[in-house]
Design a protein around this ligand. Structure first.
Ligand SMILES: [Zn+2]
Length: 414
């Protein structure tokens, strides 16, 4: 064996367990394994889980917070202009250099797969996609990395974008992105969705759109996206991030749309941190949370996931990025706090996101790929409560990160 992890706790199983890795895969899992290995890791007191999955992350914009000018008006519009100023100057190497430390931090925090969004528009052309493809190459063998060609300024209202989307898929983007709700009319929204399906089918790729990221109850692109997914046989191959407007619909319409989303097997990504700071900006008194109907989607059997979205950029000043922290925010925002709900939250930043990315061999049984995290906490609740160090992180059986907590408490009179 190449690796033996001793005495770790697993989700949903009693007692402590030994896990052996051979090459890229999990070779054995039992209460006690009598095997020798090149490397042995003490898992005592730790929870051993499949890798965390960050399924929505803007690596082309991340860390601009360190170099951008101040947002004087403190408005979204100025944040957009600041982004454009930088985007005009992007080079692929600059993007990859700026984002690499953030990918590293994610790996240290146990992320073994990421889906990275790259803006595609006439301002930056194909450069953001080229930058994230370079980033992907730099992390080959260290994390699963997907690049989404994302039309940040929409498609119909921004002439030239359709051609750029085609070019980005030719360059090697892995997923067709979309932003249908940002078009000016319902007709343009439908043309946008139709274009993305045509491009995805022609290139054999999956689809991940940002959908109805607004409190506007008349923003209804999720419904059309679901119907088109069903018509095109794209069940299980479409993800929709945000879907905030779903929370603004009247309940009977929301129920209808949730039914369509379920039938289309769309994954809904709800990213609590960015929604909390970006949505409901015009509200007075109580400020809405910008979050979709997470509990209702879960109850209907929809696959719901949660992701970091942004790290230190013109839109969001924080972001570790740590999928456990993402889960902790989601637990607060969606009020998922009872024991089985905490398990669901943990799934949202791991297994549910893995399902959205259709990761092969994801899991913790013999034969699965050894993408694993050893968390220094015995239970899911403690992991979400404490956000403790990830003692060891494995990608395809290879140890890619280790962390230790080092604190010393000095007692009075000691
Ligand atoms: Zn986003």
């Amino acid at each position: 064996m190449t690796v033996l992890i001793r005495g770790a706790y697993l989700r949903g199983r009693e007692g402590s367990w030994d896990l052996a890795i051979e090459g890229e895969r999990i070779a054995a899992l039992d209460r006690s394994l009598e095997v020798s290995a090149e490397r042995e890791i003490d898992g005592a007191g730790c929870l051993l889980v499949p890798g965390l999955v960050n399924g929505h992350m803007h690596f082309d914009k991340c860390m601009l917070g360190d170099v951008m000018r101040p947002n004087e008006s403190q408005t979204l519009q100025e944040a957009i202009y600041i982004t454009w100023d930088h985007k005009r100057e992007y080079t692929p190497a600059e993007i990859a250099d700026r984002a690499a430390p953030v990918v590293d931090r994610g790996i240290v925090h146990g992320t073994t797969a990421v889906r990275a969004f790259a803006d595609v528009d006439p301002i930056g052309g194909t450069v953001p996609v080229e930058g994230l493809l370079e980033l992907k190459a730099r992390f080959e063998g260290e994390t699963h990395f997907e690049v989404v060609a994302f039309p940040q300024e929409a498609i119909v209202r921004e002439p030239g974008t359709a051609v750029l989307m085609e070019e980005c898929m030719r360059l090697g983007a892995d997923v067709v992105g979309g932003l249908p709700w940002y078009e000016r009319t319902d007709g343009a929204m439908r043309d946008h969705v139709d274009f993305c399906f045509e491009l995805a089918e022609r290139t054999g790729k999956d689809i991940h759109m940002l959908v109805d990221d607004t409190d506007d109850a008349y923003s209804r692109s999720l419904e059309y996206l679901a119907v088109r997914a069903i018509e095109e046989g794209y069940q299980g191959r479409v993800s929709a991030s945000h879907c905030g407007a779903l929370a603004a619909y009247d309940h009977s319409h929301a129920e209808k749309v949730i039914g369509l989303v379920r039938e289309a097997e769309i994954t809904v990504f709800s990213n609590a941190q960015i929604s909390l700071v970006m949505d409901g900006r015009n509200d007075r008194g109580l400020i809405r949370r910008g979050t979709t109907r997470v509990k209702e989607l879960l109850a209907a059997g929809v696959n719901v996931a949660s992701a970091q979205d942004d790290v230190n950029d013109p839109y969001y000043p924080f972001g570790r990025p740590d999928q456990l922290e993402v889960g902790q925010y989601m637990a607060h925002v969606a009020q998922l706090t009872y024991p089985s709900e905490l398990e669901t939250v943990f799934d949202m930043v791991s297994a549910n996101a893995a399902r959205a990315l259709r990761l092969d061999g994801y899991g913790i049984e013999p034969g699965a790929l050894a993408d694993l995290v050893l968390i220094e906490a015995p239970t899911v609740r403690d992991a979400l409560r404490l956000l403790p160090p990830r003692r060891a992180v494995f990608h395809r059986g290879r140890l890619v990160a280790e962390s230790r907590a080092e604190s010393v408490r000095h007692r009075a009179g000691g």
